[in-house]
Design a protein around this ligand. Structure first.
Ligand SMILES: Nc1ncnc2c1ncn2[C@@H]1O[C@H](COP(=O)(O)OP(=O)(O)OP(=O)(O)O)[C@@H](O)[C@H]1O
Length: 260
């Protein structure tokens, strides 16, 4: 049986009298990866922020396993949903360890100290993202890619049911783009992420939500959304879509900006 894990129903978000997100509905099934794709300014980040309540929706609702998000308190939400946002919070002199340790907060009482298994969990997560060597380095002194991997380690330690990531492959080299997406896929969580690279989306997403000017242009299986006509109409770029001979997933090859 298919279990709908997260459902966004008719979400709209408006700011400064501008309608940024317009009546967006979609679902994420238990354990699937939904990619949110679309041109710059389409509203991808704004939509994610509606899901994790940083943007207060003008209308619509988000449910987790059929229960409205409004009915959970912050700590309950943090146990269920982890977020790897695009703009990193100011963290001053915190080390990699301190940041990853924050992932434990939703599971602990105030001032409860770490157990051996907590410490093991942190070490495992740091090993998974290959940051064990930088455990005591100050977060702000890491490279962009290392910071991203550190935040993913924090999300792993948080043990959420749903992971929301805004452009998780930003700043990552090709090896880490694939390594990080493989790691998060292996966690078996329900994953919702914005992603610019359509070929990474093809490889790692089960379904794609294509946004354009704040509206859903398509929401379907990745193979159906990645078609030449939709890509040309939405991104204004000519392309060829065929299959990657190595992965057998869809492959998008770009010809250049469309002048139609
Ligand atoms: N807090 C805000 N105040 C005013 N306008 C905003 C705010 N947040 C987002 N916007 C506007 O909403 C639109 C969508 O922005 P958003 O960052 O969601 O797009 P995006 O699809 O994630 O873009 P990109 O691909 O460039 O990251 C943009 O025009 C942006 O300027």
């Amino acid at each position: 049986m298919t279990i709908i894990h997260l459902q966004a129903e008719n979400i709209s978000w408006q700011i400064d009298n501008k309608h940024i997100i317009k009546d967006v509905s979609f679902t994420a099934k238990q354990g699937e990866t939904v990619g949110i794709v679309g041109p710059n300014g389409a509203g991808k980040t704004s939509l994610l922020k509606c899901l994790y309540q940083e943007n207060k929706m003008t209308s619509g609702q988000v449910t987790l396993s059929e229960i409205s998000l409004d009915l959970f308190d912050r700590k309950e939400i943090a146990k269920k949903v982890a977020v790897v946002a695009q703009q990193h919070e100011a963290v001053f002199n915190l080390t990699v360890f301190d940041i990853v340790n924050m992932g434990l907060i939703p599971h602990k009482a105030f001032f409860e100290s770490n157990t051996n298994s907590d410490r093991q969990l942190i070490d495992q997560a740091l090993t998974q993202v290959n940051l064990q060597q930088k455990k005591y380095q100050v977060f702000n002194t890491l490279s962009g890619g290392e910071q991203q991997r550190c935040l993913i380690a924090r999300a792993i330690v948080q043990r959420p049911e749903i992971l929301i990531m805004d452009e998780p492959t930003n700043h990552l080299d090709i090896y880490y783009q694939h390594q990080i997406l493989s790691i998060v896929k292996q966690l078996g969580l329900t994953l919702i992420m914005t992603i610019h690279d359509l070929n990474l989306a093809a490889q790692y997403c089960d379904r794609l939500l294509l946004l354009s000017q704040g509206e859903v242009r398509a929401f379907d299986d990745t193979e159906k959304v990645l078609n030449e006509t939709l890509i040309k109409e939405t991104f204004h770029i000519d392309c060829l879509v065929d299959r990657n001979p190595l992965t057998r997933k869809m492959r998008v090859t770009y010809a250049g900006a469309s002048h139609d």
